[in-house]
Write a protein of this length. Structure first.
Length: 195
């Protein structure tokens, strides 16, 4: 038994070691037939490399492990790349919709963490986002929440993408910062103005 577990772990590790997956929901459904009830399972899985790629998939089967396997395979086929600022947060605030699901996502300063619930948290963790504030305002159905989250994330554009689209440099797009060191003349002028 231990040997079989080791073989299974080795096989899982060899498949795609760079991807992590998170099981979001399992739904048990039953069909009433002449002899009683037949049970089936539907699984919802989010897969990502925690470096800017994420995808989700759903799978149905008579057994839970098979449903999860199908969902994971589908998620790996549907990966999308999302640009991240400093590899930890979003570039700008955005909204996503899918059916009755509506989500709002906002950038956050370093150290905020992932402030999001359930299915949205799974998407952000698999994407590699470390600081974000998100709120679901519509449907609480995990399928709709995940689709709405990914819909919003695909609308995100980085300064590089905007600059390329507008035919400008990235430095022209980004706002100028007032972090420049203040000269001694400017400090003296500010002191005389205060006096």
């Amino acid at each position: 038994m231990a040997r079989e577990d080791n073989r299974r772990q080795g096989r899982d590790r060899d498949e795609n070691p760079e991807f992590a997956d998170r099981l979001v929901a399992i739904n048990r459904v039953s069909k009433t037939v002449k002899g009683g009830k037949r049970f089936g399972f539907a699984a919802l899985v989010v897969v990502g490399d925690q470096k800017g790629r994420v995808g989700f998939g759903k799978g149905k089967a008579k057994e839970v492990p098979e449903a999860i396997r199908k969902a994971t395979e589908q998620a790996r086929r549907q990966l999308v790349r999302i640009p991240l600022r400093e590899g930890r947060t979003l570039h700008h605030d955005m909204q996503g919709r899918w059916g009755a699901g509506k989500v709002v996502m906002r950038t956050a300063p370093q150290g905020t963490g992932i402030i999001a619930g359930g299915p949205m948290r799974a998407v952000f963790e698999m994407l590699g986002v470390q600081d974000v504030v998100a709120k679901s305002q519509g449907s609480q159905n995990p399928y709709n929440m995940i689709r709405a989250t990914i819909d919003g994330l695909t609308k995100e554009s980085s300064p590089r993408m905007v600059a390329q689209r507008r035919g400008k440099k990235v430095s022209d797009i980004l706002p100028k910062r007032d972090d420049a060191p203040v000269s001694a003349d400017a400090e003296a002028a500010a002191e005389t103005a205060d006096a």
